[in-house]
Design a protein around this ligand. Structure first.
Ligand SMILES: Cc1cc2nc3c(=O)[nH]c(=O)nc-3n(C[C@H](O)[C@H](O)[C@H](O)COP(=O)(O)OP(=O)(O)OC[C@H]3O[C@@H](n4cnc5c(N)ncnc54)[C@H](O)[C@@H]3O)c2cc1C
Length: 369
């Protein structure tokens, strides 16, 4: 009998008293699960791992310098030192390899950009992130960089499939995982906690990504569905670093790379599109100087927010119902840091960042007060 089946059998018979229920095992749920286990808590995670969940489709890239204007990302200094420690510890606890620290090169598009980065590289606050600024072709055997580019450190990627599977296996061993659809209408809440089937817990945390909008507690949140498409390419040469300009090209196998992504707030229909493929193919042709073959195309919906900050914290009325969502385009870098903050908050050991706290969502508060 597998651990999973054994657990279901036991689970159906007994009333389980645990500390916390987590719904959803994408990046948010997986990081929070590890944080709560580390703090000695008993948890139960419900998940229905759909093929196109954002966390499985993601290329897994983390990069402290992002955006069209190439600026330091929000909270880069805190988040990036945290994520290195978090994922490396997880690798060692789970006994799997999924975390790759790799340099990332962005070719310049214009001389102005070159000048801007030459001056930024002298700025102390960028010291930890910039390895090199070049003004001449530097990696021309792999990319088009006629006027050079910036080589960044503290970048890399995680193989999200291996990471999520590793966390799932750990939870199965601890009899803390159920692969089933969790139904809100079956939950009962009280001042003392929540009850679901034969499980009672102090609190429940929704880590359901964009599906949070289907909850009566969180449908008012300003979460926006942001569809993204990625494709996988095969090359005849190993690329020696991550490349990023218009699209990112991130290793996903032997001479195999994920190229992404598109950003679409309007066409949210499930599935891949010829337009998505054309856009990515054109951008990767502009970036790479070597031939490639497209082998796969995929899509997912990101749980994004208008202010580009995650949404974490407690429901205004139902204090035992919490949320961890809004990871947008940066789940890999945001999830470790904010899952740590949320775990401490739940245990009464710390506060939530004002910019990420659900209390900033006025519409939710006006509805319930
Ligand atoms: C194309 C694409 C490329 C991306 N690339 C990157 C990247 O390179 N780097 C990066 O940092 N980010 C990237 N992202 C963004 C990243 O994927 C998201 O920020 C992140 O995955 C969100 O994680 P999540 O756990 O909140 O949601 P999800 O991954 O959607 O996970 C939610 C989980 O909850 C489960 N669930 C929901 N409701 C229920 C229920 N009632 N019962 C049981 N289970 C339930 C779902 O089935 C799912 O498994 C990308 C996203 C896309 C779409």
């Amino acid at each position: 009998m597998s651990a999973f089946v054994r657990f279901i059998t036991v689970h159906k018979k007994l009333t389980n008293k645990i500390d916390y229920i987590i719904v959803g095992l994408g990046l948010a749920g997986a990081c929070l699960a590890l944080q709560l286990l580390k703090r000695g808590k008993r948890i139960l995670v419900y998940d229905t791992p759909s093929q196109n969940r954002a966390s499985s489709v993601a290329a897994g890239l983390f990069n402290p310098i992002t955006g069209k204007r190439i600026v330091k990302t929000w909270k880069a200094d805190e988040m990036f030192s945290y994520l290195f420690k978090f994922y490396q510890e997880a690798e060692s606890d789970l006994e799997i390899k999924f975390f790759y620290n790799s340099p990332l090169y962005t070719p310049f598009r214009a001389i102005e950009e070159q000048n801007e980065w030459m001056s930024k590289s002298a700025d102390d606050s960028f010291e930890n992130y910039i390895s090199q600024v070049t003004t001449e072709p530097t990696f021309g055997d792999e990319v088009n960089d006629p006027i050079g580019g910036i080589l960044l450190s503290q970048c890399g990627f995680i193989n999200t499939g291996i990471f999520l599977n590793g966390v799932r296996e750990l939870l199965l061993q601890k009899e803390s995982y159920l692969e089933e659809l969790w139904l809100e209408e079956k939950m009962k809440t009280s001042d003392n906690g929540v009850a679901y089937d034969n499980v009672s817990a102090e609190k429940i945390i929704y880590c359901t990504g964009i599906h949070a909008l289907q909850s009566k507690y969180f449908e008012m949140l300003p979460l926006k569905m942001l569809k993204g498409e990625v494709m996988t390419i095969k090359t005849t040469k190993i690329l020696n670093r991550i490349y990023n300009r218009g699209v990112y090209v991130v290793e996903s196998g032997e001479m195999e790379y994920k190229v992404g992504a598109t950003y679409d707030l309007v066409n949210l229909k499930p599935g891949v599109t010829p337009e998505g493929r054309m856009e990515l193919e054109q951008k990767v042709k502009d970036l790479l100087s070597i031939p490639f073959e497209v082998t796969h195309q995929d899509w997912g919906i990101r749980p994004s927010t208008v202010d580009r900050r995650p949404i974490i914290g407690q429901h205004p009325i139902e204090k035992n119902v919490l949320i961890f969502s809004g990871l947008g385009t940066k789940g890999v870098s945001l999830a470790p840091y904010f899952s740590g903050q949320l775990a401490d908050y739940i245990l009464g050991r710390g506060n939530l960042d004002k910019e990420a706290n659900i209390t900033r969502v006025k519409s939710l508060y006006s509805k319930f007060h």
